[in-house]
Design a protein around this ligand. Structure first.
Ligand code: E4P
Length: 217
């Protein structure tokens, strides 16, 4: 499973690159606003830091303007992945960009039928929003399960990018089902390391080691 960081904060991205677990980055207009940075500038910086895909989202709602925005964004770097919403104009844009060899992430997916449409439009990634689905009384995991089944039924190569992940259990369940990618806030990636028995084990080993009076170095 690939791990993407869902953030536009450079320091968080650098920290994850340093750990060695980062396969890509996703941003959205809200994350750009939160960063307080210029969209083009911060996207360029992220693309230079990260080897994998960096999702940058269009904000227009009509196909011709989406294409103009996408043209500006994809000129930033080869690893820019254009993020479009799951609408008719979004999927028209997805098809045109995909046919032109540009990576596309179709976002705001809340049904398996929507995911089917995105795959038919040639999306590189489909982003089902698990947390927001759960918040509204649905089961985000059922969504991932249905998309996996449908994509496997027809051999679609569109990758399932589990998004709106809130906690470690979302990651575990997405991995069990076979989502290709999980995009997570950096704090969720770091939380995956935690286990009380790991901490307790280290504490016990170090206590016993201290009793030996030895040193490795
Ligand atoms: C994905 O690409 C989105 O940016 C993100 O996962 C949205 O998550 P949220 O529901 O926590 O805002």
């Amino acid at each position: 499973m690939k791990f993407f960081a869902d953030t536009a904060e450079i320091s968080e991205i650098e920290e994850l690159i340093d750990i060695g677990l980062l396969d890509g980055v996703t941003t959205n207009p809200s994350l750009i606003a939160k960063s307080g940075r210029d969209f083009m500038e911060v996207t360029k910086e992220i693309c230079a830091l990260v080897d994998g895909p960096v999702s940058a989202e269009v904000v227009a709602l009509d196909h011709p303007t989406m294409m103009k925005e996408a043209d500006k964004l994809r000129a930033i770097a080869d690893n820019v992945c254009i993020k479009v919403p799951l609408t008719i104009d979004g999927l028209k844009t997805c098809k045109a960009l995909a046919e032109d060899g540009t990576m596309v992430n179709v976002t705001l997916c809340f049904s398996a039928n929507q995911a089917l449409l995105a795959a038919k439009a040639g999306a590189t990634f489909i982003s089902p929003f698990i947390g927001r689905h759960d918040d509204n009384g649905f089961d985000g995991m059922d969504l991932i399960r249905d998309i996996r089944l449908i994509y496997d039924n027809y051999g679609y190569e569109t990758e399932i990018l589990a998004a709106s992940i809130r906690h470690a259990t979302h990651v575990l369940e997405s991995a069990r089902i076979g989502a290709d990618v999980a995009t997570m806030p950096p704090k969720v990636i770091k939380a995956l390391f935690n286990h009380v028995l790991t901490d307790k084990g280290i504490e016990g080993f170090l206590k016993d080691w201290a009793g030996t009076g030895q040193s490795i170095l």
